[in-house]
Design a protein. Sequence first.
Length: 131
Amino acid sequence: IMRLTKSITHADLGATSTTQEIAFGAELPANILILGASADVQTAFSGGSTSSIALEVGVTGDPNALISSVSVFTGASGPLATVPGDAAISGSFHPTYAVEAKFTSSHNVATLDAGQVHISIFYVRVSSPYS
């Protein structure tokens, strides 16, 4: 089993907007089956006048393909394990995808002054189904 990980802190969120997308900077390779994904909240996100913040993890064009909206706000802790949220991606053979995390907050994400989450995507390499 292979794993692609990304750690994101409140300092990475600087948009003066209620949403911000963070690219993983690495792509899921081609010829894989996605087994699942998890968001492990090290420190709950909080700060400013924020009353909620949700995390989605997906690919370009489908922001919640791997993790549908989960709270990472005050009170959230530990691993928030989930199975892929999009049947078009989960458990299917597919080409390379660019992964991104999307944060949606009740206020500008730039006002957050605490928070850290480790995101992991678990997959296995497979042979082409056409060979």
